[in-house]
Structures are given as structure tokens and as C-alpha cells.
Design a protein around this ligand. Structure first.
Ligand code: SAM
Length: 271
């Protein structure tokens, strides 16, 4: 099979049902930037832009597996939130997502007990620890090691592993939690449906933990990705919480399909 045909196959795996691939003449990787810049127009050299956009996304995933994508690196270096995080001492630009959400929704408060799932490199935990103060407690969980942070207790391990959940529960000592935050995201495989399903699985684990451990007026903030199953998950959250909101902070990249669901007030029949 020719290289063109292999590429066309991988594109069609992502864009199934979007458009036929017959006019993909711009399969060269360098075309991606041009396609992105021309996103508002309907076509690039007669090719449907959505197809090329999806291909760009695929390319980013493929490259991320092996080495840093130069396009990603350039964008990262120019990103105002990345620059700001360096100046303000946050470990990643993700801090601004939580800061924005918290400024609007008041998820964190002084003295609160917070569990931060998918915490590495630690910027949400930094934000949470600063907000809850010395009287509060922040437990950060991640598969990856987290450099120590003042006011944060780190649990390293897979949150899908019962032993890891048990370690978190032991740290809570039977006390209920004010907020469960989950920014967990799987390693992207490049197969969008599979990635969305994996992300939802993590969100469901986080929800199950939140249902068990949140205070009645507690808050659950979770990252999800647009795709199949997310509406059902939101519905599921609606059965648990009095109020559910979808949030897309300005610091979450517009082209990213991630967004956050915030659930508040655990329904009394579940307590
Ligand atoms: C987007 S990053 C989180 C960024 C973090 N909120 C911050 O502000 O620095 C997603 C994290 O989820 C973690 N993760 C993914 N699956 C996980 C799992 N099963 N258990 C624990 N952590 C997981 C990843 O290791 C990754 O560090």
C-alpha cells in the first residue's frame, strides 16, 4: 500500500462519516500549519478543512508519542498562560483553568479538604493549597511522581487501583471532603473515540469517589472531552448533584475538546 493510502486510511479512521478522502492532495505534514491558519475558509485547495484539521490533530498525537512536535513547541512558547505560569511560579498553565473556575464558581475555600486527581505536575494542587490554607488539606493523586509541594500530601499511583483509593481514604481518616477535583487525562492514543472513552472511564472513577466522600454541599469538578458518552455522563452527574454546569475556561485552548463539568450539592438520598 502506498504511503498516501496509509495516511488516507488513518485520516478516515478519525473522520469517519465526515468527508471522503479523494481530494486530500495536501497530505504533506507541512500543510498542517497552512490548514490551521486557513481554518475559517471552507477549503484549502479544494480539500475539506475539517479533514486536514483532524489530520493535524492526529499528527500531534503521533509526534507526541515519540518526540516534541515543533508546531506544538512553538505554540507553547508563545502561549501567554505558559509565560504567565513561569512568572507566577505555577508548575503548568493548567493553574489558570482552576483559578478561573474558582473565581467564578467558588469551588475552594479556606479550611477545605480537597482531593486533586490527576495532579501532576501540580499546578491545581498549588492553587488548591493556597486557597485552603494551613487549616485545610490537599491530597494529590497521580500516576506520575509529583515533586513535593507545601501543604500537599502526594499519593503516587493509578487511581483506578483500589489500593491507591484506599491510601487516599486512609489519609482522609473517615472525614468527608469539600471538593474533589479531577483533571485526569489518559495518554492519548490518537484514536479519538478510544481516547474519549478512556477519559470518561477516569471521570466515572472520580465521580464514584466523589459520591462516596463528598460533603452534602461539596463540589466535584471533572475534566471531560467532547465525544460519545459525555452527554450520558453529564446526565449521570445530574442524578448525583443538585446542580451541574459545563465550563470552558478561557485558558483552556479553544481548539481543545476538553471542558469541565462542575457538580454541586450531593442529592440527599445519596448521602
Ligand atoms: C492534564 S494532566 C493534570 C494537570 C494538573 N491538573 C496540573 O494542574 O498540573 C493529567 C494527569 O492525569 C494523570 N492521570 C491519568 N490517568 C491517571 C490515573 N489512572 N490515575 C492517576 N492519575 C492519572 C496523568 O498522569 C497526568 O499527570
Amino acid at each position: 500500500m502506498s504511503a498516501w493510502a496509509v495516511r488516507a486510511r488513518s485520516i478516515s479512521a478519525i473522520t469517519a462519516g465526515v468527508s471522503p478522502l479523494r481530494r486530500i492532495r495536501t497530505t504533506g505534514l507541512r500543510r498542517c500549519a497552512a490548514a490551521r491558519n486557513a481554518r475559517r475558509s471552507t477549503a484549502v485547495r479544494g480539500c475539506p478543512i475539517i479533514t486536514i484539521g483532524a489530520f493535524c490533530q492526529k499528527r500531534r498525537y503521533i509526534i507526541a508519542k515519540n518526540r516534541v512536535d515543533p508546531l506544538w513547541l512553538r505554540r507553547h512558547q508563545r502561549d501567554p498562560y505558559v509565560r504567565r505560569s513561569r512568572v507566577e511560579g505555577y508548575r503548568s498553565r493548567a493553574a489558570y483553568k482552576l483559578l478561573e473556575i474558582d473565581a467564578r464558581e467558588r469551588v475552594l475555600r479556606s479550611g477545605a479538604r480537597v482531593v486533586d486527581l490527576g495532579a501532576a505536575p501540580g499546578s491545581w494542587s498549588q492553587v488548591a493549597a493556597a486557597r485552603v490554607g494551613r487549616q485545610g488539606q490537599v491530597i494529590a493523586v497521580d500516576l506520575l511522581p509529583l515533586q513535593p509541594l507545601p501543604g500537599v500530601t502526594v499519593v503516587e499511583g493509578d487511581f483506578c487501583d483500589a489500593a491507591v483509593v484506599a491510601r487516599v481514604e486512609a489519609l482522609l481518616g473517615g472525614e468527608a471532603v469539600d471538593a474533589v477535583l479531577s483533571d485526569m487525562a489518559p495518554n492519548l492514543s490518537g484514536v479519538w473515540d478510544r481516547d474519549v472513552a478512556h477519559a470518561l472511564e477516569l471521570a466515572e472513577r472520580a465521580l464514584a469517589f466523589a459520591v462516596q466522600h463528598l460533603k452534602e454541599n461539596g463540589a466535584f469538578l471533572v475534566k471531560v472531552f467532547q465525544g460519545e458518552g459525555v452527554d450520558a455522563f453529564r446526565h449521570q452527574m445530574g442524578r448525583v448533584f443538585e446542580l451541574v454546569k459545563s465550563l470552558k475556561p478561557a485558558s483552556s485552548r479553544a481548539e481543545s475538546r476538553e471542558f469541565y463539568l462542575l457538580g454541586r450539592g450531593v442529592r440527599s438520598q445519596l448521602l
